[in-house]
Design a protein around this ligand. Structure first.
Ligand SMILES: [Mn+2]
Length: 246
């Protein structure tokens, strides 16, 4: 079965360019279904809980995903910091597996560790505190109970500010971010080994091979669709990038 990995689209609307590219890509998967689809977080600029406003906004997308599920495809969604407490729709209605932490999968005999990647930068204490706060059961309850309109409004206010700041930061710190991605791969390999680690969040595409205990390990960060709309594909242990620009 073919497996596909994507992250960090930060969709604000399905009508924007990357929204349409995503729809086209998922249509192409319908012909290949069943496939495995790994969504590694920040697919949306904001999605909270299972509120109707999000389901309506992304109806075209959800319809394709629902049809992929019906034809036997498997969907795995790793929550990012922009898609939060999403299980009321994604798990309970769609039937996807939803994760908030890293997980190792056996894909064609390859051990593949997947995660959003928001724990890679351990120096970002402010974010780590925010993450803990957002994952608090009380805050989760608010996420489900406060209407979606409120969250969408908050997201529209907050996200341009945060993007401008983090965009500048990423530009001037690219080398350091790449180093963090690779160091993270080393560090977590020592907790539990794998052949390949795939993450997102950093918005810095990186594809790097290293040796540890005489074993070749590959570390991939998916980058973001702001740079280039692309997905990673694994089939019969072969790992390849697919450029969706064309
Ligand atoms: Mn993120």
């Amino acid at each position: 079965m073919e497996s596909y990995f994507l992250s960090d689209l930060h969709l604000k609307s399905i009508n924007e360019r990357n929204g349409q590219i995503l729809l086209r890509f998922l249509h192409s998967l319908q012909k290949k279904s069943p496939v495995k689809l790994f969504l590694l977080g920040d697919i949306f600029d904001l999605w909270v809980s299972g509120h109707d406003i999000f389901r309506k906004k992304y109806r075209d997308l959800l319809e394709i995903l629902e049809s992929l599920k019906k034809s036997g495809s498997e969907i795995y969604f790793f929550e990012g910091n922009h898609d939060l407490h999403i299980h009321p729709y994604w798990r309970d209605a769609l039937g996807a597996e939803v994760y908030t932490d890293a997980k190792i999968f056996d894909i064609d005999g390859l051990k593949v560790r997947c995660e959003h990647g928001d724990l890679i930068n351990q120096n970002d204490k402010a974010y780590l505190r925010l993450r803990k706060f957002l994952r608090n059961p009380w805050v989760e309850k608010l996420g489900h109970q406060v209407p979606g309109e409120f969250w969408l409004g908050l997201g529209e206010f907050w996200s341009p500010l945060s993007r401008k700041k983090s965009g500048r930061y990423r530009q001037s710190n690219k080398g350091r971010l790449v180093q963090m991605i690779r160091e993270h791969a080393h560090r977590v390999y020592n907790e539990a080994s794998f052949d390949l680690i795939i993450s997102g969040h950093m918005h810095v595409k990186d594809d790097f091979e290293f040796q540890i205990n005489n074993k070749n390990v590959r570390s991939i960060n998916l980058g973001s669709w702001f740079e280039d709309p692309q997905v990673l594909k694994i089939q019969n242990k072969k790992i390849e990038w697919i450029d969706l620009n064309n």
